[in-house]
Design a protein around this ligand. Structure first.
Ligand SMILES: NC(=O)c1ccc[n+]([C@@H]2O[C@H](COP(=O)([O-])OP(=O)(O)OC[C@H]3O[C@@H](n4cnc5c(N)ncnc54)[C@H](OP(=O)(O)O)[C@@H]3O)[C@@H](O)[C@H]2O)c1
Length: 295
């Protein structure tokens, strides 16, 4: 059986671990810090999927896997290094299921030369408790076309998770990042849900954050519509009033925030390309201060 390890078994990792285990043709190990006692996925149609997975609690007890699915938050990647060190060998491939555009730069130093497959995660899910996840829609993952992308799609066949490959991953990753730079930052800083974007000044700030990201994206080779900022803010304003963001939930729960892989990544790429990103820079500074206080 192909050996798969999932590191970061929260909302996204839990859905993926349960899906892969349910194929019955993979040996799936959930690498966790505290026991899960199985996985329960509450599906959008009301069905409940219960799956048992092998659990590992100590990095020193795991060995090389064919695939590692890394689904910690981006800022938790360094903390996952002991797992990656043990799980990665020359033949291992690491699918990085994290937001942002810097998957390879972030993870490559920790995998000792294992192949890295970046992914855009289109899995809307919420962790309700240890191993208990609410899934809001059909889970989908987008990966770059090529050998590793096709193999990952084959790995996930029958898991209930759609894996799409794209020849333009740069656009796919930036499109997701542009969607994410306003909602997470603004809701986390204001500690308010999506209706905060009804405020005209907040909407203007949101547009500025997305427009800076769009300009950096375009200079990075992404093909995104020029009116993207208007579209993103219109979408946020139309969302149900109870909608929030994972950064808002993390702030409310007193956890560190995933701002650096989002707004921080726009600032870094902008600096490399000579494109000013003052709004993202200012919000990165504020989020950094907030996140530091939560550590
Ligand atoms: N949730 C969504 O709807 C969604 C949608 C699209 C993209 N994403 C992206 O997907 C990524 C994962 O997000 P998520 O929502 O699944 O996060 P999450 O629910 O917070 O899960 C992260 C998991 O990583 C675990 N973890 C952290 N450090 C670890 C370590 N050193 N060893 C073992 N486990 C460790 C945490 O375990 P503990 O419980 O022990 O802390 C937690 O279970 C993020 O980049 C996020 O932005 C999420």
């Amino acid at each position: 059986m192909t050996r798969v390890a999932v590191v970061g078994v929260g909302a996204v990792g839990g859905v993926v671990a349960a899906g892969l285990a349910s194929t019955g043709r993979l040996e799936v190990t959930a690498c966790v810090r505290t026991p899960l006692g199985g996985l329960r996925i509450d599906r959008p149609d009301g069905a409940v999927q219960k799956t048992s997975v092998r659990e590992a609690l100590d990095p020193s007890l795991v060995t090389e896997a064919a695939w590692v699915v890394l689904a910690t938050k981006a800022h938790q990647t360094a903390g996952a290094a002991p797992w990656l060190k043990r799980l990665c060998g020359a033949g291992t491939r690491v699918a990085v299921l994290q937001n942002g555009i810097e998957h390879v730069e972030r993870v490559a130093p920790l995998t000792g030369g294992a192949g890295i497959l970046p992914a855009v995660v289109e899995i809307s899910a919420e962790s309700l408790g240890r191993g208990h996840i609410r899934l809001f829609g059909p889970p989908r993952i987008v990966v770059p076309a090529g050998h590793d992308g096709s193999d990952f799609a084959a790995l996930c066949e029958g898991s209930g998770i759609t894996v799409a490959t794209t020849g333009d991953f740069v656009t796919a990753a930036w499109a997701k990042l542009c969607q994410n730079v306003a909602n997470g930052a603004v809701t986390a800083l204001t500690m308010r849900r999506m209706p905060v974007f009804a405020n005209p000044r907040i909407a203007r700030l949101g547009r500025a954050l997305v427009e800076e990201a769009r300009q950096v994206a375009a200079a990075s080779g992404a093909h995104l519509p020029e009116d993207l900022a208007d579209r993103v803010i219109a979408t946020l304003r139309a969302m149900p009033p109870e909608s929030g963001s994972s950064m808002l939930w993390d702030r409310l729960a007193g956890r560190a925030l995933e701002y650096d892989a989002r707004n921080g990544a726009v600032v870094r790429a902008g600096a490399r390309l000579g494109i000013p990103t003052p709004h993202n820079d200012a919000l990165t500074a504020l989020l950094e201060a907030v996140s530091e206080a939560e550590k």
